[in-house]
Design a protein around this ligand. Sequence first.
Ligand code: PDD
Length: 284
Amino acid sequence: MSRIAYVNGRYLPLAEAKVHIEDRGYQFSDGVYEVIAVQSGRLVDLDPHLDRLWRSLAEIELAPPMSRRALVSVMREMVRRNGLAEGILYLQVTRGAARREHGFPNPAPRPALTMTVRRSRPPSAAQFADGVTVITIPDIRWKRRDIKSISLLPNILGKEQAHRAGAFEAWMVDPDGTVTEGTSTNAWIVTMEGALVTRPLGPEILPGVTRAGILALARKSGLRVEERSFTVAEAKRAREAFITSTTSWALPVVSIDGEPVGNGHPGSVCASLREAYRRNHVEI
Ligand code: PDD
């Protein structure tokens, strides 16, 4: 974990890093966040993460806590002060501390900006080689999943359900039977005809930064790409399935609800996209 955290303008030892008890993030989940990978001491895909943060802030009508440039300096300073070579940076912005009333406080308090970093590695070679398993669960989230809100209760309950079932991830399913995304990952399949399929952007899913990177690489490599919804049944009949996120890159899914996907082994499309992603995005 961070030795040094950033809290509202100050770099503090983790144990001394505290937020106000009436912070609206704490009381209402009134805030947004980002998770950014750090490789060789550098922030991976920084611009798209900042674009998404700015969009999330605008969607909840929260003013950015500082300029984009200033924010980047704090992020870099956090990486430097913690001597972080490989891991993740977590940042969150909330509407700040105010007397607990549901409506926006007036006058608006200063948004609260906090940051931590953590040493971590991408999934192991074994996880890439063996793949992971997923279960499917109903998507019980709100209707604005495109906002990277810190309100993650359905996601954590879903992830816990997956872990208790011995699975790595849970794919959430809308009432029409289509897969939205994983609890902390985007969901993909490769059909028997070789088309790469992932749900189009919209309020139903988070616009994953890794998703965008992988899509661009797939298009560049000439793969047939279909941005459309798919059902659990279609995923179970697919040749390949995989998940993407900042922390898992492109990780093959070898079974869904205990049923093997394709031949039950990781597929070549996922492997080649992951390799292209590593070359283009990570070793910078
Ligand atoms: N999760 N969908 C959801 C619901 C997510 O929480 C995430 C990221 C993604 C993938 O987005 P990206 O490729 O930008 O990481 C999709 C982060 C890693 C987290 O909450 O820890």
